[in-house]
Design a protein around this ligand. Structure first.
Ligand code: IMP
Length: 429
């Protein structure tokens, strides 16, 4: 029996969606444990592309999908996703989509505040996705949040919202120069959401633990990436939740001993959306080539992703923080055609070599990457299905990554399609 956590090792957008989709075949339950609709991955429904922000792609394989208590959920977006899937013939009901009664709700003022704050910050902005994620987690921490369990009780919901909205409207109007929101409008709208979603709301900790007890396998799907983690990332240029594997326990309501493996998704190069330091960033022609060839645009906001060489300082950080038992390399095909590739193996700061990722942004933004150069390959590798058939230089690149981060490769993705994959070892077997 295996219960596997999948996390991003970089700054998100590593291609977790495809790996989750592939490995979901071997799981009975797929659980999201943090974040909200700031995440996005592309699913193919009836030959049409659909970007899902909340529902794990396991829904397409008729797996039980669960939204954990560690998430912040925008009910309107969730209903839209359910309706889209249903209108495309995918069965979505209370049996295969379950929402934690303890998950927090994203409210209209969270989105307003997110946007208005970014506007006010000007060039000091975080570059958030504008989905209200930070303000919602902020309310959770200060105990002013509204959870599904409160949303489902109209009286409790009205009472809570009434007291919260007074303060939010004051803040919106007086400090952020935004428009106030109307209590009755929100109540009417959210009561409708509650009616739609109530059959899905349950104690997911009980559901998951019972499933594990009866020998079923669970896949825990992280969103964003290790370096966007609120504690361990490039603070304050981070998201507002713990994205690392340990939070699969807190965000789903299971104990750590249930987890049998942690797979880190590693894009074959590095990307980042939004602001914040990025030592191995390429601001030249090669960066542009990778951006174009890799179609590096954010799935949620459509923003161009910043691109750079593979950085093993951040990968070693991810190995330690998540306790990675293996990695999956994605988008290796994108690097084809480059004469040589660079791998960042350390940072130089004031004449000293740093092996570990620094906490201070002042230090990080002055770190110069130390590179090792390896030869590239020109062959198209997308049709290759066995590691032995890869060009020698591609194999050398992979071997060097394994060596530098002391973690084995489970899987290599060579294109967006399911079959464009080399499964070296299946973590569920
Ligand atoms: P927030 O999560 O919307 O508050 O955004 C905070 C930071 O995390 C910004 O730099 C976003 O671009 C980044 N971010 C949030 N979600 C994702 C994601 O799924 N992929 C990549 N970056 C993300």
């Amino acid at each position: 029996m295996a219960n596997i956590v999948i996390v991003g090792t970089q700054w998100g957008d590593e291609g977790k969606g495809k790996v989750v989709d592939l490995l979901a075949e071997f799981a009975d339950l797929v659980v999201r444990f943090q974040g909200g609709n700031n995440a996005g991955h592309t699913m193919v429904v009836e030959g049409k592309q659909f970007i899902s922000h909340l529902i794990p792609s396991g829904i397409l394989q008729n797996k039980i999908c669960l939204l954990g208590n560690g998430m912040v959920v925008d009910p309107a977006v969730l209903i839209e996703e359910i309706d889209y899937l249903k209108s495309n013939g995918i069965e979505v009901g209370p049996d295969n989509l379950k929402i934690s009664e303890r998950a927090h709700i994203i409210m209209p003022y969270h989105k307003e505040i997110d946007h208005a704050r970014e506007r006010l910050k000007g060039d000091k902005k975080i570059g958030t996705t504008g989905r209200g994620i930070g303000p919602s987690y902020e309310d959770k921490a200060t105990r002013r949040g509204i959870r599904f369990v409160e949303l489902l009780d109209p009286e409790v919901f009205r009472e809570k919202l009434n007291s919260i909205l007074e303060e939010k409207n004051f803040y919106l109007e007086e400090y952020l120069s935004s428009n106030p929101l109307d209590l009755e409008d929100i109540i009417n709208q959210y009561n409708e959401y509650a009616k739609r979603l109530s059959p899905h709301v349950t104690n997911i900790s009980v559901v998951i633990n019972n499933a594990i007890k009866s020998g079923r396998q669970v896949l825990f799907e992280g969103a964003q990436g290790t370096h966007l983690d609120i504690d361990h990332g490039t603070y304050p240029y981070v998201t507002s939740s713990n994205t690392i594997a340990g939070n699969a326990c807190g965000g789903a309501g299971i104990g750590p001993k249930e987890i049998t493996g942690v797979i880190g998704i590693v894009k074959a190069y590095t990307t980042r959306v939004g602001e914040g330091p990025f030592p191995a960033e390429l601001s030249d022609k090669t960066g542009n080539t990778i951006q174009k060839k890799g179609a590096e645009f954010g799935a949620t906001t459509g923003r161009k992703r910043r691109c750079g060489w593979l950085d093993t300082v951040i990968l070693r950080n991810a190995v330690r923080l998540n306790g990675l038992t293996g990695i999956a390399i994605t988008k290796l095909d994108v690097l084809g055609g480059l004469e040589s590739l660079k791998i960042c193996t350390g940072y130089e700061y004031k004449g000293k070599i740093l092996q570990d990722f620094p906490a201070g942004l002042n230090i990080l933004s002055k770190c110069k990457p130390i590179y090792e150069t390896v030869p590239g390959w020109s062959e198209n590798i997308s049709d290759i299905r066995a590691i032995e058939d890869l060009p020698q230089n591609a194999r050398n690149y992979l071997n060097r990554i394994e060596e530098l981060i002391e973690t084995p490769i489970h899987l290599i993705s060579l294109g967006p399609a399911r079959d464009e994959t080399i499964m070296v070892t299946n973590p569920f077997e």
